[in-house]
Design a protein around this ligand. Structure first.
Ligand SMILES: *[C@@H]1O[C@H](CO)[C@@H](O)[C@H](O)[C@H]1NC(C)=O
Ligand SMILES: *[C@@H]1O[C@H](CO)[C@@H](O)[C@H](O)[C@H]1NC(C)=O
Ligand SMILES: *[C@@H]1O[C@H](CO)[C@@H](O)[C@H](O)[C@H]1NC(C)=O
Ligand SMILES: *[C@@H]1O[C@H](CO)[C@@H](O)[C@H](O)[C@H]1NC(C)=O
Length: 317
């Protein structure tokens, strides 16, 4: 809570210089997790206002998303996700890929480190021992600094395990890993997130923060929307936070963080949160966890409608 107050105080000062529009980005869901990916990916770049809102994206991979290549003003940030199946070999595929893209004319200015290296594979985390990560960082991330590319530290989960993993990582780096910013994931209330971010700015005072995944998962719709609103306000105002990307850009029926966090309904329409994130106004589209639930709600409305019609008919009678 102390951190939270501190954050609020800083926010007032930061307002003057806030460059909100340049911070907001898109966390692109891997195609294998979204059967509607081509259709849905188009929403984030073609909706009115979206191109002035979303300035950058990442997709958990080293190469750009199909359809987004070389889109002016929509910066791609490659990610060194984790270990390949079977573990690391002596090759440097991530480093080679980024170098190749730069050589071919891509304007790559930032890269991201490992995705949730402190978490298990079944949650999409990359599950890497800190010692191995430190070794790979030196081989495949650190050399990119010579080209003026800014490095994002490993993006740990917002748990105590995550904080400890990061400490271990820097211990094994022994002073030779030099990230330029600190990506962070957080799922929970706004207050808990503000406190976590406060802790991280104290632990790593030289590293500005990117919140690359966040949301208040598995809550009712007003609670989810309220937390979203509060966090956007904080991120835009607080100069310590230089970029953010909401989780997320998926349909409510495929969400693994509860339907209400989704920016799209099960039918692929923008929810209030989705529209607001792109700079639009409320759509009043309610996200459902499945088509079955959607139909149940609809059926109830139809049944109620039929009842009222019947009452009306009876009344006329
Ligand atoms: C590269 O991207 C950065 C950040 O988006 C931008 O500031 C810079 O002007 C771009 N450079 C070129 C050569 O397009
Ligand atoms: C850590 O770095 C110091 C100073 O550069 C060096 O003397 C020491 O051998 C290193 N330790 C390990 C375990 O590599
Ligand atoms: C973050 O904000 C705190 C004050 O709240 C300040 O001491 C610190 O230097 C800031 N860090 C960065 C990277 O701007
Ligand atoms: C969130 O912000 C939007 C846009 O400013 C507003 O319409 C909505 O009422 C807010 N919702 C909550 C729950 O605060």
């Amino acid at each position: 809570m102390a951190f939270f107050r501190n954050a609020a105080a800083t926010a007032v000062i930061a307002l003057v210089t806030a460059t909100s529009s340049s911070k907001r980005g898109l966390c692109v869901i891997p195609p294998r997790d979204n059967p509607h990916h081509a259709e849905d990916n188009a929403i984030w770049t073609t909706t009115s206002g979206s191109r002035s809102r979303l300035k950058w994206y990442y997709n958990y991979k080293s190469t750009p998303t199909e359809g987004y290549q070389d889109m002016a003003g929509f910066e791609f940030v490659p990610m060194f996700w984790g270990a390949p199946e079977g573990g690391f070999t002596g090759d440097t595929p991530f480093l080679d890929s980024v170098r190749h893209q730069v050589k071919s004319g891509s304007n790559i200015t930032h890269v991201l480190g490992f995705n949730e290296p402190d978490g298990p594979f079944q949650y999409g985390a990359s599950n890497i021992p800190a010692q191995v990560a430190a070794k790979e960082w030196k081989r495949q991330m650190e050399p990119l600094k010579e080209q003026g590319i800014k490095l994002g530290a490993p993006a740990v989960t917002g748990t105590l395990d995550g904080a400890m993993w990061l400490q271990d990582f820097f211990f094994y780096c022994n002073g030779t890993c030099n990230p330029d910013f600190l990506p962070l994931h957080f799922y929970g209330s706004f207050e808990a997130m503000a406190s976590k971010i406060g802790e991280m700015t104290v632990a790593y005072p030289k590293l500005p923060i990117w919140v690359t995944e966040w949301g208040y998962s598995h809550q009712d719709l007003p609670t989810t929307q309220h937390a979203f609103n509060e966090s956007i306000r904080m991120f835009d105002d607080w100069s310590n936070i230089t970029r953010y990307s909401y989780f997320g850009a998926f349909r409510s029926d495929t969400s693994n963080v509860g339907p209400n966090s989704a920016m799209l309904t099960e039918k692929g329409e923008l929810t209030d949160i989705g529209s607001c994130y792109l700079g639009g106004s409320r759509t009043n589209k309610i996200p459902h966890s499945s088509w079955a639930e959607h139909l149940r709600v609809k059926e109830k409305t139809i049944r109620l409608g039929a009842l009222f019609a019947l009452v009306g008919v009876l009344g006329d009678w």
